[in-house]
Design a protein around this ligand. Structure first.
Ligand code: DAH
Length: 337
C-alpha cells in the first residue's frame, strides 16, 4: 500500500537526516531520496497505479512527504554550508594583536622639559611671550641703540616698520618686569626667528630659554652659581666650564659660558674650532638702562639674565652636528630619543 510506504519513508527520512554530519553524507541522503532513482520518484511512479478513488488522499500525502523532505534537505544544506564558511575563516583569538607605533616627545621638547625642571628646582617660574613682537620690546627696551647691527634687515624678519618676528626671547624679560614687581625669578622659553642663511649651524627658526632674576643684592656670583649648577645637572658633574667676558646691550657686565667640547674632550677639533671649548649661553647683570625702561629703581635692585639656544644645548648633549635634522621629522632620527 502506498500510504503505508509514505509513512515509513517519512519515518526513515527523519532518522536518516539526524545522522548527516557533512556535505558528503548530505549528498548520499539526496541520492537516496531525491535523485532520479531515489525513493521519492519511485513513490510518484507507484502513485500512477493507485485506484482512482484513493488518488486524492494518496496524492496529498505524497506531496506532503515531498515538501517535508525537500524542505528539511534544503535547511540542512544551508546550515552545513554556513558552518563550513565559518570554520574556513576562523579567527585565532590567541594571535597577538596589531602593534601601532607609539609616538614620543620630540627631542627638543624633552630637552626643554629637562631644562624647565632643573630651573623649577632652583625656584624659577616659567613664562611665555609672543613670537610677533614690536621693535620696542625686541630692541629698544633692551637698550639696543637705534643703529645696532642686530636691527639690520639681514637678521630680522620685519613684518612691518614696527613689528617683527622676535630674534630672541629677551623681550619677554621686559614684558614680565612690566607686570611684576621684584623679586622676579623666571625662565622664558620659546621660538625665535633669524633671517640667516640655513646651514648645519644655523636655521631660520630655533628655540631659546631666557632666564631672569631680579631682587635686592643679586650678584654675579649667584649668576655663576646658578648656571654652573644647571650645567652640572644637565651635562653631568664631570663637566668643565669657563666664563668669558662678552657684550650684550641689555647686560653689563656680560659673559658667555663655555663647556669642554664633547667631541675632543678639550683637545681641539673641527667642531670646537681647535679651541677645546663650546659656547652654551650668554649672560650678564641686567643693565640699569633696562631697569629704567620698566620703571624698576636701578639704585635699589640688581639682577642677572641669561639666554641659551635649546637646539645648541641638545646638540652638545647628544653629539648632533647639524641643526637642520631637528626639523626634518625623519623617523630614523626622532625614534632614537
Ligand atoms: N638674547 C641673546 C641672544 O639671542 C642671548 C642672551 C645673552 C640673553 C645674554 C640674555 C643675556 O638674557 O643676559 O644671543
Amino acid at each position: 500500500m502506498l500510504s503505508s510506504k509514505i509513512e515509513e519513508t517519512s519515518k526513515e527520512f527523519s532518522k536518516d537526516i539526524l545522522s548527516v554530519k557533512n556535505a558528503e553524507e548530505l549528498e548520499k541522503l539526496r541520492i537516496k531520496y531525491l535523485s532520479r532513482n531515489g525513493i521519492l520518484p519511485a513513490l510518484f511512479d507507484e502513485f500512477k497505479s493507485v485506484p482512482k478513488e484513493e488518488k486524492p488522499a494518496a496524492g496529498k500525502a505524497l506531496n506532503l512527504l515531498r515538501n517535508e523532505i525537500t524542505q528539511k534537505y534544503n535547511e540542512l544544506k544551508d546550515k552545513l554550508s554556513a558552518e563550513s564558511k565559518r570554520s574556513s575563516s576562523k579567527v585565532d583569538l590567541t594571535l597577538p594583536g596589531k602593534k601601532y607605533p607609539v609616538g614620543s616627545k620630540h627631542i627638543l621638547t624633552q630637552t626643554l622639559d629637562e631644562i624647565k625642571s632643573i630651573f623649577k628646582g632652583m625656584g624659577f617660574s616659567v613664562f611665555e611671550g609672543p613670537e610677533l613682537e614690536s621693535d620696542y620690546y625686541n630692541f629698544e627696551a633692551l637698550n639696543f641703540p637705534p643703529d645696532h647691527p642686530a636691527r639690520d634687515m639681514q637678521d630680522t624678519y620685519f613684518v612691518s616698520d614696527d613689528f617683527l618676528l622676535r630674534t630672541h626671547t629677551s623681550p619677554v624679560q621686559i614684558r614680565i618686569m612690566e607686570k611684576m614687581k621684584p623679586p622676579v625669578r623666571a625662565i622664558m622659553p620659546g621660538r625665535v626667528y633669524r633671517n640667516e642663511a640655513i646651514s648645519a649651524r644655523s636655521y631660520c627658526m630655533f628655540h631659546q630659554v631666557e632666564g631672569l632674576y631680579v631682587d635686592t643684592d643679586v650678584t654675579f656670583a649667584e649668576l655663576k652659581g646658578t648656571l654652573v649648577s644647571f650645567a652640572h645637572q644637565f651635562y653631568g658633574k664631570e663637566l668643565k666650564y669657563r666664563f668669558r667676558p662678552s657684550f650684550f646691550p641689555f647686560t653689563e657686565p656680560s659673559a658667555e659660558m663655555d663647556i669642554t667640547c664633547f667631541i675632543c674632550e678639550g683637545k681641539g677639533c673641527k667642531i670646537c674650532k681647535d679651541s677645546g671649548w663650546l659656547e652654551i649661553l650668554g649672560c650678564g647683570m641686567v643693565d640699569p638702562n633696562v631697569f629704567d625702561s620698566v620703571n624698576y629703581d636701578s639704585e635699589k635692585f640688581t639682577g642677572y639674565a641669561f639666554g641659551m639656544g635649546i637646539e645648541r644645548i641638545a646638540m652638545l648633549k647628544y653629539g648632533i652636528t647639524d641643526i637642520r635634522i631637528f626639523f626634518d621629522n625623519d623617523f630614523r632620527f626622532l625614534k632614537q630619543f
